[in-house]
Write a protein that binds this ligand. Structure first.
Ligand SMILES: [Zn+2]
Length: 412
């Protein structure tokens, strides 16, 4: 029997067979994958994981696929860096960074896409698609190319040129929408409703898609010798990543892979120009969708976050907190990370690092907490934005005296 029983409503508990569906017909609540945890516990083991592939598929027994026909470009199982330099700079004794900028298409989205596209094929989908702020688009384009299935991708026209070039290389059908991400998402949802057997990874097969993010929790714990952090800091866009990470850690506890009762404080960070979740956490109010968005962190620019309510509840009940950081702080944090740890991230990663700094300075993270930060995208995707603060060096003539002059300037 399959380890996946079906889908279950997060709100009212109504159960459905595993199919292309994301919303409860009874209460319109979101659906989640419903596992047979006894079965999972029977088949999964740390030894099996240790001898598995160097990708998220080493955790296949904890993922919602029935077969083994994975679309695997090698996403995941990335290095958990002990960030000693940055830790020292910020006053943290034990800081780790899980660097997901080194995935096949250079963002954490390869984790969710690999799971979603594999599941779409298993469910008999004839096309895949998504609404995206850029990173997901490239990821879906790449995985669809590998799987040989057509892809339809809806993006707001305002995203970074570098991201558009990357996604076009994989040759999916790109529908550039004159509007915000939320507008692109609404149109994609309408198309998903009309086209039978089209699987939109973050819309009508979202329950399977979000499962891929849990692997970030699995590989953090595995690389900590099957231990958990005291505190994690996560970028907030839709809120789905934070929710999935939390679930991943809880599940490891439930199947006995990590000690039970390990309390993890869960914190998030959003750009100040689009921070509906962080604002709700700090003021303890409802998550109020926003329409006016102004930030360089395009991949977090989601004004109406699908999992905002749940993310806010988790942050507050875990004893974590949420930061809102300015574009200036985001750019500073990108350089802080690059110059201390040799990791080059895009503004979403800058948002997380700036949030970390903010939470340490405001006393929401203790210096002795074992803290893990998730860096989710690569700086090479957004070079134009970052070049504004790095500048370009003036050339010199190729003679030693010119070098000496320049060197004296540097030394001073
Ligand atoms: Zn329901």
């Amino acid at each position: 029997m399959s380890k996946v029983i079906g889908l279950k409503c997060r709100e009212c508990g109504t159960e459905y067979p595993a199919g292309i569906q994301n919303t409860c017909y009874e209460c319109f609540g979101p659906l989640e994958v419903h596992y047979d945890w006894d079965k999972v516990q029977d088949i999964a083991s740390k030894e099996k994981i240790a001898s598995g592939p160097s990708s998220i598929w080493r955790y296949a027994d904890l993922l919602p696929l029935d077969g083994t026909n994975y679309v695997d470009l090698g996403a995941g199982y990335n290095r958990l860096h002990h960030a000693k330099n940055l830790g020292k700079e910020l006053g943290l004794q034990e800081l780790y960074i899980l660097d997901d900028s080194v995935n096949p298409t250079n963002s954490f989205k390869d984790r969710v896409t690999s799971v979603a596209v594999s599941k779409a094929l298993e469910l008999g989908a004839t096309a895949v698609g998504c609404a995206s702020t850029g990173n997901l688009a490239s990821s879906v384009g790449a995985h669809a190319a590998k799987a040989g299935i057509p892809a339809y991708i809806f993006i707001p026209s305002s995203i970074e040129a570098g991201k558009i070039t990357q996604m076009l290389a994989y040759d999916p059908n790109i529908i550039s929408v004159d509007g915000t991400y939320d507008d692109a998402n609404r149109l994609a949802s309408e198309v998903a409703d009309q086209k039978e057997n089209w699987a939109f990874v973050n819309i009508n097969i979202r329950p399977y898609y979000t499962e891929g993010s849990r692997t970030l929790a699995f590989e953090t714990a595995e690389q900590l010798g099957w231990n958990t952090p005291d505190h994690i800091v996560v970028p907030l866009g839709s809120g789905a990543l934070l929710c999935a990470l939390t679930r991943g850690y809880r599940e490891l506890e439930n199947i006995g892979f990590v000690d039970s009762g390990s309390d993890i404080s869960i914190s998030g960070s959003q750009p100040a120009g689009c921070s509906p979740i962080s604002t709700a956490v700090r003021n303890n109010t409802e998550v109020v969708p926003i329409r006016e968005i102004d930030t360089i962190a395009h991949s977090l620019a989601i004004g109406n976050p699908a999992d905002g309510y749940y993310a806010k509840e988790i942050v507050r009940s875990s004893g974590g907190h949420a930061a809102s950081v300015t574009d200036e702080e985001i750019l500073e944090a990108i350089l802080l990370l690059a110059r201390n740890e040799g990791i080059f991230t895009e503004p979403a990663g800058g948002t997380t690092i700036a949030g970390l700094k903010n939470l340490v300075e405001s006393g929401h993270i203790d210096p002795d907490e074992r803290t893990v930060v998730y860096v989710t995208g690569n700086g090479l995707k957004t070079q134009d934005t970052i070049a504004k603060v790095t500048g370009i060096p003036e050339p010199i003539k190729p003679v030693y005296s010119e070098f000496t002059k320049r060197f004296n300037n540097i030394a001073n």
